[in-house]
Design a protein around this ligand. Structure first.
Ligand SMILES: NC(=O)c1ccc[n+]([C@@H]2O[C@H](COP(=O)([O-])OP(=O)(O)OC[C@H]3O[C@@H](n4cnc5c(N)ncnc54)[C@H](OP(=O)(O)O)[C@@H]3O)[C@@H](O)[C@H]2O)c1
Length: 285
């Protein structure tokens, strides 16, 4: 059985949908915090069990009989997230799971300016020292996240952000499909190559793509890191969130997310969705 954690979230649910195209529902299980939200999956024959990274007993039950577990990374920040992942790794080992997969992110050194990277780096160390067979999926930056970094640009016509660098924006759908391929076909033990779309685009590029889609100008305006931080703080965002948002610009202008790799395209057997098509679709929804 393949068990997917976080299956009520965006990536986890898409992975389950991709698995349902490839294996019988009875061979798929989900570990979710709220089983009511996964009732549709239960009705389709997927095993639904309650599981939380805060409760190893629940995870042990959710991982029962699993040969593979896909651990969708916790959306908590810092030490809490690392603790969540440690609990899941230890529990998977205890449950006799043969292979553990983890959603890491492209370029994950502990020294990055982008705070989630130290969580991924620490988790990859835990996976290496666990003695388990594991696959750490070095996922490209979610294209959906780009909309968060664009702020109110689509409304105001001004994309206001610090100096940045190109990012290999990659869709949840393509990553979910690649993950299902890796779960159902062998290969990619250890740390994967970066799983990215085929191009890296900076905020200038995003502004120009958005202008073409909307047929009105979206102007890119560069502000200092401090101005950006102060603006977010003045809107009441918590310090940790501000650090994450601002850190992405620092990291991207050092080129942390600029490398593309054909591995995703090879896994899904077609070109990954490009950013212009992603944005067009998400604006029209
Ligand atoms: N590659 C990237 O660019 C990128 C960008 C942003 C985030 N990420 C990472 O990718 C992950 C998946 O992305 P997504 O878009 O699917 O995020 P999402 O929709 O927020 O899903 C996160 C999932 O994690 C589950 N979760 C959170 N805390 C948990 C806990 N204590 N125990 C068990 N499950 C827990 C959530 O459960 P509930 O449904 O019960 O809330 C949710 O299903 C994120 O959590 C984050 O770590 C990557």
């Amino acid at each position: 059985m393949i068990v997917v954690t976080g299956a009520n979230g965006k990536l986890g649910r898409k992975v389950v949908e991709e698995l349902l195209k490839r294996v019988p529902a009875g061979e798929i299980g989900v570990s979710v915090r709220d089983v009511n939200k996964a009732q549709d999956l239960q009705e389709r024959g997927v095993r639904v069990r309650q599981g939380s990274f805060d409760d190893s007993e629940s995870l042990l039950r959710a991982f029962e009989e699993a040969s593979q577990v896909l651990m969708i990374s916790s959306h908590s920040l810092g030490e809490v997230a690392v603790r969540h992942h440690q609990t899941a790794i230890e529990t998977a080992k205890k449950a006799g799971v043969r292979r553990l997969l983890y959603t890491s992110q492209m370029f994950s050194p502990a020294t990055s300016h982008f705070p989630p990277m130290d969580v991924h780096a620490a988790t990859e160390e835990l996976l290496k020292s666990s003695g388990m067979t594991f696959t750490s999926l070095r996922n490209g930056f979610y294209a959906a996240s780009a909309k968060m970094w664009m702020g109110d640009a689509l409304k105001t016509g001004e994309l206001i952000a610090p100096e940045d660098g190109p990012v290999a924006w990659t869709t949840h759908s393509d990553l979910a499909e690649a993950t299902a391929v890796i779960l159902t076909e062998q290969g990619y033990d250890g740390i994967t190559p970066n799983l990215t779309a085929s191009e890296a685009i900076d905020m200038d590029g995003i502004a120009s793509i958005a202008s073409k889609i909307l047929d009105r100008p979206i102007r890119r305006m560069v502000v200092s890191d401090d101005e950006y931080r102060n603006h977010l703080l003045s809107r009441g965002l918590p310090e940790a969130m501000v650090g994450m948002l601002a850190g992405m610009f620092q990291a991207s202008r050092q080129g942390d997310f600029s490398q593309t790799n054909p591995a995703l395209e090879n896994l899904i057997g077609r070109s990954p969705v490009n950013f212009a098509d992603f944005l067009k679709d998400s604006i029209s929804q």
